[in-house]
Design a protein around this ligand. Structure first.
Ligand code: HEM
Ligand code: HEM
Length: 152
């Protein structure tokens, strides 16, 4: 076991688990919950279900996003800065990942949020969920690329 970086392992575990939770929920909503509730429920019941699901789902999202941000910042510090990885091309690709990840996190938070300014996005939730899911899939690819570059 000598040479195993326990802290990095725990951080990676928490990071990936949090991402699974947050993005998995978006996939369920987009592919199954929204279409199913539109099929079988009348408008007032659907609205009520949506509000109740959101109220519960919010807690999971807030915890997952907090963990993602904290462990992500730690990963960058620990694996790239402290380990003195060559900034080229790691930093540049990390910047791309960060922008994509912040897009995913912002859309996730907006879709469960209540600010009047972002109401049009919630009205169009199916489209935004699709964008969120595509961006999240890209984030996982770019993260794997970072890992590959760092360990090459
Ligand atoms: C176009 C994208 C980027 C390029 C070309 C780039 C390039 C560099 C270079 C050349 C250094 C100096 C490394 C050294 O002193 O050996 C550096 C340091 C640093 N970069 Fe980046 N970087 C980019 C994006 C980012 C992003 C997106 C972040 C964080 C969000 C970041 C965080 C840092 C930090 C914290 C340091 C200081 C490291 C230290 O002093 O140990 N960089 N970067
Ligand atoms: C939608 C949000 C996010 C998702 C889905 C995500 C996903 C992932 C995954 C799957 C890995 C493991 C890659 C691998 O080892 O193959 C990873 C690693 C990493 N993530 Fe994230 N992440 C997200 C947000 C963030 C944020 C906000 C930050 C920075 C603040 C961050 C920084 C990192 C770093 C530095 C690594 C290590 C990459 C390496 O191995 O060199 N992530 N992420």
């Amino acid at each position: 076991m000598e040479g195993v970086d326990g802290l990095a392992l725990v951080s990676r575990w928490l990071h990936i688990t949090a991402a699974m939770f947050a993005v998995g929920g978006a996939v369920l909503m987009r592919t199954s919950l929204f279409p199913a509730s539109q099929e079988v429920l009348d408008e007032p019941t659907r609205k009520e279900l949506h509000a109740t699901v959101t109220r519960r789902w919010k807690i999971v999202v807030h915890v997952a996003v907090t963990v993602l941000l904290l462990t992500g910042a730690f990963n960058f510090y620990w694996l790239a800065l402290k380990a003195k990885i060559s900034p080229n091309p790691y930093h540049f690709i990390f910047g791309a990942k960060l922008i994509l990840a912040l897009f995913v996190i912002s859309v996730t938070e907006i879709l469960i949020g209540r600010s009047p300014g972002t109401a049009p996005m919630r009205k169009n939730a199916t489209v935004w969920l699709t964008r969120l899911i595509i961006a999240a899939a890209l984030v996982v690819f770019v993260s794997g690329l970072l890992h590959a570059i760092r360990t090459a």
